[in-house]
Write a protein that binds this ligand. Structure first.
Ligand code: LLP
Length: 462
């Protein structure tokens, strides 16, 4: 028996959330960018560009970025979070052109490394609208940020308190800072992307008193303007209870600062981490619902402590760029592998893998996939999309129903790869990192080109 299935009947080794599709060609709209659709021939188009035509020119694998969708998600956050500053978290995906879109849509930009800061400055993002994170910023990096006029440096350690104070004193430039605090919250997400529990590297613990002490020292430092407290609890979070607990603890600290140091810090950042739908098991909130929920939480807690509501900001990365991009691959081999119980799994090998999407291997992430170049009349089989790297864990999509006639040469597309796909891509096995092609209104534009062998050899001294 093979793992062929008719709708609703499949009982093989697929996870419970994966339902046998009525039509294996159909897109699940919630997983795709707004302009993605399939025509009657099963051809996937994004931004009015037919994916087979696009890759005929630029080859596969390729990341396809739906510009209108990206801009729309950025605007949705900006408009829903009225009165807030919205910082797009560039670590999710950043290149010069995308930094420009972020600025054009009226968002600020969160960078967390010297390299990301370089991209932001190259794109001529107003430095005052840049926030700079990182748990190990060097004195040189801090000096560069302060001299460039970066709007807020999020201070993460006592060493950094001293470094910032020294640079501000020496240059005479006022350094504008926030204090990254850890609220002791166990966010319900993968261990590697939770950031507010106590036993990890980021920020100052509230419960140990370190966060208070950092605030005290920064308030005492000449030429340092302390704007507020910053709390980011983790990533790919769906449940607002973590934000609620964090807000209560951060505002308790704000109250202690008022009571003991005589000042209410004017700002507060709630971080990013809003989840997106990778598969049908995910049900994310809208920016509007998130804004209402978070604002209500902060207002409630402020009332409880008798505090004024500070000027708020958030830092969404994934929720803006994640759904805006898909990755297009070409199928190279198809292999039926026998599983226990007499069923088979169809292993579909594509021309990329863990070098362009490490999230499946690193976080056990789920994705979905669809045939992108034609319609199939074959029934669905339980498939697994794997890469071409030398590792058994080189999996792109762990579980997906694919048409039984999937074959070498077929194009498949994986949605939701915009966040932490290209930005965490590597040259593993000397893979050449794929391009990012922006599509909009029937036009396509390469905004990050494909790497070449020359790029590989540029650093290999021979
Ligand atoms: N702000 C801070 C301080 C952060 O550390 C992060 C993410 C964000 C904002 C944006 O979080 P987002 O809205 O994108 O969830 N590579 C992992 C995610 C690591 C997130 C690191 N920090 C992944 O692929 O799931």
């Amino acid at each position: 028996m093979s793992a062929h299935a008719s709708p609703g009947s499949f009982t093989g080794t697929s996870p419970v959330w994966l339902k046998t599709p009525e039509d294996v060609n159909a897109l699940v709209p919630a997983l795709w960018s707004a302009t993605a659709e399939k025509d009657a021939n099963g051809v996937l188009t994004v931004g009015g560009v037919a994916v087979p035509d696009l890759v005929a020119n630029i080859n596969t694998p390729a990341y396809v970025l739906d510009e209108a969708d990206f801009r729309e998600r950025a605007r949705a956050f900006r408009d829903a979070f009225t009165g807030y500053d919205v910082y797009y978290a560039g670590k999710a995906f950043l290149c010069t052109e995308v930094a420009r879109w972020v600025a054009q849509e009226g968002l600020c930009l969160d960078v967390c490394s010297n390299g990301e800061l370089s991209v932001a400055l190259r794109a001529e993002v107003d430095p005052a609208k840049i926030g700079y994170h990182g748990n190990n910023k060097t004195p040189m990096e801090l000096r560069r940020a302060i001299v460039a006029g970066v709007g807020r440096i999020i201070v993460d350690s006592f060493a950094e308190v001293e470094r910032v104070a020294a640079i501000a004193a020496e240059t005479g430039i006022t350094a504008s800072v926030m204090v990254r605090v850890t609220a002791g919250v166990e966010a319900h997400t993968h261990e590697y992307i939770a950031t507010a529990h106590e036993d990890q590297k980021f920020g100052f613990s509230i419960s140990s008193g370190d966060a208070f002490e950092a605030v005290r020292r920064l308030l005492d430092a000449p030429n340092v303007e302390l704007r507020g407290l910053h709390s980011h609890i983790g990533s790919q979070i769906f449940d607002s209870s973590g934000f609620e607990v964090a807000a209560r603890r951060v505002l308790a600290l704000q109250a202690r600062i008022r009571d003991e140091l005589g000042t209410e810090l004017p700002e507060m950042d709630l971080g990013g981490g809003f989840g997106i739908a990778y598969t049908t098991q995910d049900d994310p909130s809208t920016p509007k619902a998130l804004a209402e929920e978070l604002t209500a939480i902060v207002e409630h807690e402020c009332r409880g402590f008798g505090l004024a509501v500070p000027h708020l900001s958030i830092e969404p990365g994934r929720a803006i760029v994640g759904p805006s991009m898909c990755t297009v691959y070409t199928v190279g081999t198809v292999k039926e592998v026998a599983l226990d119980g007499g069923v088979t799994r169809t292993y579909v090998s594509v021309d990329g893998g863990m070098s362009d999407n490490i999230r499946t291997a690193l976080y056990d992430a789920d994705y979905s996939a669809t045939l992108a170049g034609r319609a199939s009349s074959a029934g669905p089989v339980l498939g697994r999309v794997v890469g071409k790297h030398c590792e058994a864990g080189d999996i792109v999509v762990k579980h997906e129903f694919l048409p039984a006639d999937i074959a070498p040469g077929d194009l498949i597309a994986v949605p939701g790869t915009g966040a932490y796909g290209r930005s965490m891509a590597s040259n593993y096995n000397h893979a050449l990192r794929p391009p990012v092609v922006a599509v909009r209104d029937g036009e396509s534009r390469v905004i990050v080109r494909r790497e070449t062998e020359d790029d590989l050899f540029a650093t290999d001294m021979g």
